[in-house]
Design a protein around this ligand. Structure first.
Ligand code: ITT
Length: 213
């Protein structure tokens, strides 16, 4: 029976990207909702890694399963690195489209050539007995003056990737995974997941395998 690994997120876009990136591993990636975890602790950390650890650690203790969480954000140079770790709540309780409009409005005076930004991602694996492993990735881009593309999620329609020569919302899933902050952190996770240490770590579970009954 394959190992179960819980993904501690309520963001469907992240869940899809993790499922696709980890499909080659002999791991059953289960969502938090499937295991009855629908709420996570408030993200009070001062870094992506701290917030990811809060989510993964909480899920590991709540379910007894090794758990991974992603904390990520968009850092805009002209806004002094904002919204950063506050990306999901930037502007308050807004729809995705409203949040994009809020960001674009803040940047209305910023000329082309001064609209650089980066996405940053920390993925943390936490086990029920307290083992922790962190993976990080980032990618550089520019904030466009208006949205382009229908794919992805969050700020993808306004994030132009010079490597792809298109926005993340115009990119295919494979293209986004190849260059994105999450794709890069997931690549590190994938490389590590094939090592003997990783297999031991991911077996650190309080949930008995079905054939143990
Ligand atoms: P969970 O905490 O439940 O995982 P969340 O959406 O609240 O979901 P974060 O606290 O990590 O996650 O906030 C990250 C926000 O940054 C996310 O809501 C998006 O607005 C933005 N973001 C992160 N990665 C992104 C990506 O690949 N494309 C577009 N926007 C992204």
């Amino acid at each position: 029976m394959s190992l179960q690994l819980l993904l501690a997120t309520s963001n469907k876009g992240k869940l899809q990207e993790f499922q696709e990136a980890l499909s080659s591993l002999d791991i059953e990636l289960v969502s938090a909702t499937e295991k009855g975890v629908t709420r996570f602790p408030e993200e009070q950390g001062s870094s992506y890694a701290e917030n990811a650890l809060l989510k993964a650690g909480y899920a590991a203790l709540a379910t007894g399963l090794p758990s991974i969480a992603d904390d990520s954000g968009l850092e805009v140079a002209a806004l002094d690195g904002s919204p950063g770790i506050y990306s999901a709540r930037f502007g308050g309780d807004l729809s995705n489209g409203e949040r994009i409009a809020y960001l674009l409005n803040k940047m209305r005076e910023v000329p082309r050539g001064a609209r650089s930004a980066r996405f940053v991602c920390a993925i943390v694996l936490a086990t029920p007995s307290g083992q922790i492993k962190t993976f990080e990735g980032e990618c550089a881009g520019e904030i466009l003056e208006g949205p382009r593309g229908e794919g992805g999620f969050g700020y993808d329609p306004i994030f132009f990737s010079p490597e792809l020569n298109k926005t993340f919302a115009e990119a295919s899933k494979e293209e986004k995974r190849r260059v994105s902050h999450r794709g890069r952190a997931l690549k590190q996770f994938l490389d590590w997941a094939l090592t003997p240490t990783a297999k031991r770590t991911m077996k650190d579970t309080l949930v008995p395998a079905e054939d143990d009954y």
